[in-house]
Design a protein. Structure first.
Length: 363
């Protein structure tokens, strides 16, 4: 079954991962460490992330049809390739746990006001499993179908939020130490383009126009998230650390106006974004799993994922408070491997060989 997707679809998948984990709790957490300068931290981390996208496009130019496993095994060897894929299995698994735990707490606070763990798992897991089993092409088309609906909902929230602004945020209120330590502490929430390396053989790119079709939706998503940070810090200049759902909190002032509860727009937006992001990360986990265990197909990877996910969540390793502590403690150091070292190695592999010189495997 062909699973190739267009550059436009790949760009829209990037947009979903860019939105993930940025529009709820992150602005509040960054405010605790760097005040309103969290806006510039997000801008910095997005800029560094964009370098990863550039590396992907360079690698794709050199290896237009090859899988990542083929490239790595040829240049680095099978052992190193499996280690890299295992590292990314862990990376994508914790991305899923973080996204799901934040989504669950949001839904609990806004709708049920009580524990409904089993109901959420029953609703979410089958949906993302089905999306992965149908294949990349199917859920990429679904994301493409709802992309403009998501943007319209996001834009509506931002426009309402503009009405709550009374002044600009107070920038440059943190010292360099607090700024960079906060940036490092929440770097795990980024790394938005890394999944592209694991589907690079399925993305059809022919020329710079196709590359722009990937870059454009990513840039639009970044602009929307930065606008959210700006409006959020303008609305809550002192109490931002108390507001854990940024996309909802910027329209909270109109919650019981004559228009009714317009926060339903944010609720629907959150549901779409979380499900799409979870599907992207889930598919990436399965691709990494199949890269390690080549004798097993995607069905096995989905079963293994469900078992691991449920085990971690039931034992409270994947719960909200635990995940936030992980994000602030050891996961940033883990990101040195995934968001720094890996793109650097891919950059080296994307460089063209000079004529007359032969290269051997790095390892």
């Amino acid at each position: 079954m062909k699973e190739h997707i267009s550059p436009s679809q790949a760009g829209k998948l990037c947009a979903m991962t860019i939105f993930a984990n940025k529009i709820f709790l992150l602005p509040s957490l960054m405010y605790e460490g760097a005040k309103s300068d969290g806006f510039f931290i997000a801008l910095l981390l997005y800029a560094l992330d964009f370098l990863t996208l550039i590396v992907f496009l360079l690698l794709k130019r050199k290896y237009p049809t090859q899988k990542l496993t083929e490239i790595l095994e040829k240049r680095l060897g099978k052992v190193v390739t499996k280690i890299i894929y295992i590292v990314f299995m862990v990376f994508f698994l914790f991305k899923i746990l973080l996204t799901y735990s934040v989504f669950y707490v949001y839904m609990k606070q806004q709708i049920y006001q009580d524990e409904f763990t089993f109901l959420t798992l029953v609703c979410v897991l089958p949906v993302i499993n089905h999306g992965v089993l149908l294949g990349l092409r199917s859920f990429a088309r679904t994301v493409e179908m709802y992309y403009f609906v998501v943007l319209a909902g996001f834009a509506a929230c931002l426009l309402v939020g503009l009405g709550t602004m009374e002044t600009f945020p107070h920038f440059f209120s943190s010292n360099p130490s607090a700024f960079f330590s906060t940036a490092f502490r929440y770097v795990f929430s980024f790394g938005d383009y890394l999944f592209l390396f694991f589907i690079m053989d399925k993305v059809e790119i022919d020329g710079k126009k196709d590359e722009w079709r990937i870059i454009k939706p990513a840039i639009i998503a970044v602009v929307f998230v930065l606008a959210l940070f700006f409006i959020f810090y303008a609305c809550y200049q002192v109490t931002a650390f108390m507001h854990n759902n940024a996309i909802v909190d910027i329209i909270a002032i109109f919650e019981y106006s004559a228009l009714g509860r317009i926060d339903v727009i944010a609720m629907v937006l959150v549901m779409f974004l979380c499900l799409f992001a979870l599907e992207v990360f889930h598919y990436s986990f399965c691709e990494a799993f199949c890269g390690v265990f080549k004798g097993l197909n995607r069905t096995y990877s989905v079963v293994v994922f469900d078992v691991i996910f449920l085990a971690l969540y039931i034992t409270k390793i994947g719960r909200y408070s635990t995940m936030i502590s992980y994000v602030q403690s050891w996961l940033p150091y883990f990101c040195i491997l995934t968001e720094v070292l890996f793109p650097f190695v891919m950059l080296l592999l994307s460089m063209r060989k000079k004529k007359g010189r032969k290269y051997e495997k790095v390892f």
